[in-house]
Write a protein that binds this ligand. Structure first.
Ligand code: BMA
Length: 828
């Protein structure tokens, strides 16, 4: 087999304009124009408007390449394109080889007959997807899509990353280009098209049987042999040799003493390499495919129970509470995400004690590297098919066939991954876009069902039978399907707070089986957002024109301010308003997550909206566009910790229930300590109790009488501090002010910081406050810090220590000089 990578330096130009500019493949029109200085940065101020012309044009990419006789002499030569975005016409040496109209598919074209030994040329023309979709809308209109996106008419017609057309957290930048590898492949007689690996954990307890099906593309009737080998850390574990004349070869491997793969927090993530080598009749290798797998079962457990039907993920038969966030594409331009960024985002998820991530249906089927990382990290992936918040033209035969091929490509590409936990048909169609009669943003059930109830589940069962299919998020499997958001079964999107203005405590009135979305917006920190703004244009105001440009949710900044005013005092400066929005967001999500974790095993998952950002703007993310952790992400580390202590106050603040929640697999014994203290740190009442908490349970440990504590004290000045100690180590702590933060007469905490430099470039910080400091956070004026903890509550007399790791190496002096320590008090 011979492979020639066609990525690298290309030329591109607008179809009507003959002068080319250098281009990079993989890449896209916008990144190429940007690199050549032909457009201003679309992320700066209002530039998004200025660059919309790019999406109106058709673009041509071209390059020449050399091939030799060796390649031409092969039985077959294929042009393989792993990602064309989107309406593409391909030519080799001036002759058309084919067309493409789905960026999620892998396209292959036979080109052997068109190649010359020596120099050749490839050209790809991308027609405007915006114009293409509008044309389709004229011919065959789809009831208008989502109310937040008036400019995005027709996006549902194009099989393209839907959020390129704008979303309620991102700009409209509809691009075009070769976005994934492109190569020539030449091969003799046969190649391995695919490997399907089945795991059988049941037949032979304590062992795993692997059934490996090799799918061949062959051009001769000759026998082929194949060797299939399983290795762990380079050591051979099992081997099988098979041969035959057909298109499929089947091998069986038996794994003795299998090391099982577990989601993060439940055990390790051992990975095995399964290699299949295809041999010709002389024993010479023709082709070779390797898949890295984890031995596990990972299912969606739906069992009848006292509340209705469970919705819980089960790894190797053990149910676990899913903790995580929704994932959106990590950049408006997909090829602009370096490996380090991808890995930092996913590592950050696990560092915040997550075990699941939902790849949402308005983005893309992520790269292999995304899934490789999730396998390594133990981050289970809930994978949507790419349909979101719109009716889709399922009545159109070409559309239906196209999406079917798309599903097959991605099922095949991703099915072997250990982290793959669920295939989900779409995002929110059953909730937002279905009615008895089509129209007004809706399709009928009759239009919906063929794709989401028949075609997709059938394809999943065929290609990926060990992973469950779920038609939609949210979906209600029992009773009247139309009443999507049911509490006794299925998954829910709990948007009452953000989209309907409920108070945060409203979360406590809900008890869904699984929450696959809920959340609250905030702004990125000043360092991230300021470079997109102009001070001289008056942008540094939360509702300036340039800031509103970065706010795409209809409820938007008004909703943030509404809840900010419910809980906090008004911030004094622009920078403080940005920070304060992060505290509001963190507080909101904390109230929800704590409650749902206390509701286990009835509720078995809380996946908030959303982990990451694709540009610097207002959004529900806990990590901003530049990878900086918002307050929420630090708070997640605490509220997703395996052991979690919480307190729930009643409305009148007469008592507080203390709870202990454990995701651990074994019983845990420890001591719960609590103190009610004044702002100056002095204890008003204190107590402790030995507690034993069972594996994967939540327990109400104690009810604290607040009435007694209040006597003689101002409630607004009281804070309930809790900590749970195991073997003398604090494993979880919790702070509950007995009044809303805005009512608390905070005084300047005069936080002092002792800094110790470690040899490895990290710094140990010890923070001490003279008066109670709420949400104290450290930051650096120029460098990026990742801290072991941040946005913490400080009690006088109780120093807190944390470790700060600068992204770039910093001298102790430079670290000290730029370090800032602030808390809620400073924002007023
Ligand atoms: C959900 C998601 C997204 C959206 C988010 C915030 O409905 O599925 O489509 O961005 O809420 O509104």
């Amino acid at each position: 087999m011979i492979t020639i990578n066609l990525g690298g330096a290309w030329q591109m130009h607008a179809a009507e304009d003959k002068s080319s500019i250098p281009a990079t493949v993989p890449g896209c029109v916008y990144t190429d124009l940007l690199a050549e200085g032909k457009i201003a940065d679309p992320l700066y101020r209002l530039n998004e408007h200025e660059v919309q012309w790019v999406a109106q044009k058709d673009w041509i990419y071209r390059r020449s390449f050399d091939v030799d006789q060796d390649l031409i002499g092969q039985d077959r030569v294929i042009l393989r394109c792993e990602g064309l975005d989107t309406l593409a016409t391909l030519k080799v040496n001036g002759r058309q080889v084919g067309q493409a109209d789905n960026m999620f598919r892998t396209w292959e074209y036979e080109v052997g007959h068109l190649l010359n030994a020596g120099s050749n040329e490839i050209e790809i023309r991308f027609d405007s997807s915006v114009n293409g979709s509008l044309r389709k809308m004229d011919e065959d209109p789809i009831p208008h899509v989502w109310w937040d996106l008036p400019d995005a008419k027709g996006r549902a017609w194009v099989r393209k990353e839907q959020c390129q057309f704008g979303w309620d957290w991102g700009p409209m930048l509809v691009t075009a280009g070769v976005w994934r590898p492109i190569e020539l492949i030449g091969f003799e007689s046969a190649r391995l098209r695919d490997l399907a690996i089945r795991q059988d954990h049941a037949t032979d307890p304590g062992r795993v049987r692997l059934g490996v099906e090799l799918e061949l593309e062959r051009h001769t009737g000759k026998r082929c042999d194949a060797i299939v080998e399983l290795k762990r850390n380079g050591q051979k574990i099992a081997k099988a040799e098979v041969s035959g004349k057909g298109k499929r070869l089947h091998a069986e491997l038996l794994v003795e003493k299998p090391e099982l793969w577990w989601p993060a927090g439940m055990g390790g993530q051992p990975l095995y390499d399964l290699e299949a080598v295809l041999l010709d009749s002389f024993g010479e290798p023709l082709d070779r495919v390797t898949k890295r797998i984890g031995l596990r079962t990972l299912r969606l457990g739906r069992h009848a129970d006292e509340w209705g039907e469970s919705f819980q993920f089960e790894a190797n038969g053990i149910p676990f509470f899913a903790k995580g966030a929704n994932w959106i594409p990590a950049d408006v331009f997909l090829t602009r995400v370096p490996d380090e960024q991808m890995s930092d985002l996913l590592q950050s998820a696990v560092d915040a004690n997550m075990n699941m991530i939902r790849v949402w249906g308005g983005g893309i089927y992520e790269d292999d590297r995304f899934f490789d990382l999730c396998d390594e990290l133990g981050l289970c992936v809930w994978q949507d098919f790419m349909f979101a918040c719109s009716p889709y033209p399922t009545h159109d035969r070409h559309f239906l066939e196209n999406v079917q091929r798309e599903a097959e490509d991605n099922l095949r590409r991703l099915r072997h991954h250990a982290s793959l936990a669920l295939w989900c048909g779409n995002n929110e169609l059953e909730w937002l876009n279905i009615a008895d009669e089509p129209g007004d943003g809706k399709m009928s059930w009759q239009q919906y069902k063929p794709l989401f109830d028949k075609i997709l589940p059938k394809l999943c069962a065929k290609h990926c039978p060990e992973t469950d299919y779920w038609p939609c998020s949210p979906h209600k499997p029992l009773g009247k399907r139309e009443d999507v958001q049911a509490e006794h079964c299925g998954d829910n999107h709990v948007w009452g707070v953000w989209h309907h203005g409920e108070d945060f405590a409203w979360f406590r009135e809900t008890q869904p089986r699984f929450i696959s979305e809920f959340g609250f917006q905030s702004f990125p920190e000043p360092k991230t957002i300021r470079p997109c703004l102009s001070e001289t244009e008056g942008d540094l105001n939360l509702t300036s024109v340039a800031m509103d440009q970065r706010q795409r949710s209809s409820a938007g900044t008004g909703q943030i301010l509404h809840d900010l005013a419910r809980w906090f005092r008004m911030p004094s400066t622009f920078d403080h308003s940005l920070w304060l929005t992060q505290l509001v967001q963190a507080w909101c999500v904390q109230v929800g997550v704590e409650h749902w974790r206390r509701s286990m095993p009835r509720t078995m998952g809380a996946i908030y909206w959303q982990l990451n950002d694709c540009w610097p703007g207002a959004s529900w993310s806990s990590i901003d566009y530049l990878g900086r952790w918002k307050a929420l992400h630090y708070v997640c580390k605490r509220i997703f910790a395996p052991l979690m202590v919480t307190a729930v106050e009643d409305e009148k603040m007469q008592h507080a229930e203390l709870h202990l929640t454990s995701d651990l697999g074994e019983k845990t014994a420890g001591t719960l300590h609590w103190d009610i203290a004044r702002l100056d740190g002095r204890t008003v009442t204190t107590g402790s109790r030995r507690v034993r908490v069972g594996p994967r349970t939540s327990q109400h440990v104690h009810t604290l009488d607040l009435q007694a504590a209040k006597d003689g004290h101002n409630l607004n000045e009281l804070i309930l501090w809790q900590r749970f100690e195991v073997d003398g180590q604090t494993v979880s702590s919790h702070t509950l002010p007995l009044a809303r933060p805005k009512q608390i007469p905070l005084r300047d905490p005069n936080i002092t910081t002792a800094i110790k430099a470690y040899k490895d470039g990290r710094f140990k910080l010890t923070l001490k406050a003279k008066s109670t400091a709420l949400w104290a956070w450290v930051n650096h004026e120029t460098a990026d810090l990742r801290c072991s903890d941040n946005f913490l509550h400080l009690r006088p007399g109780h120093p807190a220590t944390l470790t700060a790791t600068p992204k770039q190496k910093l001298s102790a002096d430079a670290f000290r000089e730029g370090l800032t320590v602030q808390s809620l008090f400073d924002t007023y």
